[in-house]
Write a protein that binds this ligand. Structure first.
Ligand code: ADP
Length: 324
């Protein structure tokens, strides 16, 4: 294999740049030509590639986002779009493709490699949601939860100065992993997640208790997909029966996607980037490279699908005890 391409696709995540850098430098080490497709699958279809050299990935390991840009490509969902992509890859002599993204991007890679078996594909899990089967952590998740922790620490300063009740909404439409982990780390008074039923009365009883013992400020973390609604909805329900504290809502939104990757994400991205190229050279195809219990593991792309991690009952109990 003499020429490979790398792309970032779907939702961006901090650490994607570190992964691009690792793919490029490992490819160059093996005397391969490395091209970067601009804006994910769109670049393959538009024939928009960048020649990557060592300097082109210099000074990016610490930067969030992706220097190669990312996109959602409707055209790649069609056989005509993928045919165009294949022809462009073929004309350049590209035989291997590294796709950094989430499960949608992996479905695209799987379809391409099935239709055109002379292109080999490897997936690298890059998404802040940590919701992929085949890896303990996805690139970007650690940074996202640390961003939440930093933001909520700031919110708590003002919450306790004014004795306010804050509802802070964090990402997690289907899963409460970000809420649960960051909620534990910020010492949240309650953590509301889709996996457990939210009882507004129980929440109010808890707030009453805290108020009686003159707790200074309350912070409740709400996953956006909580069964009782988002932070605005729950705040409204609580306010109807509990008006002793001034109530505020903060939606963290897109700040959770950006920012400089943490050490953990940079190292994970470097490791998986390196392993993806080694895997291509070893003849692997249609697999995602992940890390499980500290070891590198490969999972067929067809199985590297959205996977909602089970919420551990002991962790839930622990979080509740800490907020008493
Ligand atoms: P993520 O990778 O973050 O899950 P998306 O679900 O938006 O993001 O997928 C990214 C892109 O992958 C899509 O815009 C599309 O181009 C491609 N893709 C997703 N599913 C398929 C599919 N079944 N066939 C072909 N391409 C797909």
């Amino acid at each position: 294999m003499q020429h490979i391409a790398v792309l970032t696709s779907g939702g961006d995540a901090p650490g994607m740049n570190a992964a691009i850098r690792a793919v490029v430098r490992t490819g160059l080490y093996h005397n391969m030509q490395v091209s970067g497709s601009v804006a994910g699958y769109e670049g393959l279809i538009n024939n928009e590639f960048r020649d990557m050299n060592s300097a082109s990935v210099g000074n990016i390991i610490q930067r969030g986002g992706t220097i190669l840009k990312t996109a959602r490509s409707k055209r790649f969902m069609t056989p005509e779009g993928r045919k165009q992509a294949y022809e462009n890859l073929k004309a350049r002599g590209i035989e291997g493709l590294v796709v950094i993204g989430g499960d949608g991007s992996f479905r695209g890679a799987e379809v391409l490699a099935t239709e055109y078996p002379d292109i080999r594909v490897i997936g690298i899990p890059g998404t802040i949601d940590n919701d992929l089967f085949g890896t303990d952590f996805t690139i970007g998740y650690d940074t996202a939860i640390n961003t939440v922790v930093e933001a909520v620490d700031n919110i708590r300063d003002t919450a306790s100065s004014h004795n306010r009740l804050f509802f802070v909404e964090v990402m997690g439409r289907d899963a409460g992993l970000i809420a649960l982990r960051s909620g534990i780390a910020v010492g949240a008074e309650a953590i509301l997640i889709p996996e457990t039923q939210t009882h507004v009365d129980k929440l109010i009883a808890q707030l009453e208790r805290g108020w009686k013992r003159q707790k200074s400020g309350h912070v409740i973390i709400v996953a956006e997909g909580d069964d009782a609604g988002g932070a605005f909805k729950i705040a409204e329900l609580v306010q109807q029966k509990f008006d002793k504290l001034e109530t505020k809502v903060a939606i963290l939104g897109h700040i959770q996607r950006g920012g400089n990757p943490t050490c953990m994400d940079r190292v994970l991205a470097t490791r998986l980037g390196y392993e993806s190229v080694e895997a291509l050279l070893a003849g692997k195809n249609r697999v995602m490279v992940g890390q499980k219990a500290g070891k590198v593991e490969f999972t067929p792309l067809s199985q590297a699908v959205k996977h909602i991690m089970d919420v551990n009952d002991t962790i839930l109990k622990m979080a509740e005890i800490m907020s008493l």
